[in-house]
Design a binder for this molecule. Sequence first.
Ligand code: SAM
Length: 289
Amino acid sequence: MNYNSPSEIKSILTSSNIALKKRWGQNFLISSAVREKIIELTTPRKGELIWEIGPGLGAMTLPLLRSGARVMAFEIDWGMIRFLEEHFKTYPELRIIQGDVIKTWESVYVESGRPDKIMGNLPYSSASVIIASFIKKGCIPPATVFTIQRELAQRMAASPGTKNYSSFSILFQFAFSIAEKQDIQRGSFYPAPDVVSSLVKAVPAHYDTMPIDREFFFHVIKISFSSRRKTLLNNLLADKKVKEYSVVDPKHAIEKIGFTPGTRAEELRVEDFIGLSNSFSTAKGVVKE
Ligand code: SAM
């Protein structure tokens, strides 16, 4: 099929009885230049295991398969799945996993191991939840290439103290470092989305010190930003789980990492949050002994 042609996409959707659903962010890539750029960043190789999130009608699945990669494609829409099964039946290296990727990827991970790469033109409304789920459960492949809403890419790349810096920035930067980022205009998709997109390639990030208790580290990030008007200390003091860890006074934990009680969460880097959550975890460990 001609993936550059909105009229062909429209006629396939009609003949396959597929009605587009806004909540699943079904905007198809119709620019061959953007597809080439995504493939250049993904650099699929023969035999590699690549997870594609949201293959849709297969605009990216086709060049991935042509490279000889093994592709696991996570798709929620039955109409698209039926189309892919029919259209790609000559490619034994394609496996389609039906359902919400957030609910399906873990069992695939247990069964087939970590993929070499994860890529996809992600549905905008759930992109951050999908990425957070990989990070929180420790599925960090050597490379990821995502197309996402520009605002989300700005949060991923934001530096401490800037307006886009949020709990998601810290979560993302804990796991990944951005290797490449560029904007994609609305007209590269059919139907055109309401917002500009960004293409982001990310590789694993490395820190000298890692969280002792990952779950608690993620929790500290989240609650530190729970009220932007409050200081870091007041957000920590208001939290039940931190109270459980309260063998160390939150004020001392903040001072231990070199900040004052008046500090706001957006001033801390990933390393500072690791240090902060570790000072609680270490103290908790001492009590347990
Ligand atoms: N890859 C195609 C392209 O670039 O033309 C389609 C991309 S479209 C932006 C997003 C795709 O993700 C759609 O096919 C949609 O059905 C699928 N999708 C949306 N939410 C999903 C979810 N939670 N799990 C799996 N697939 C999902």
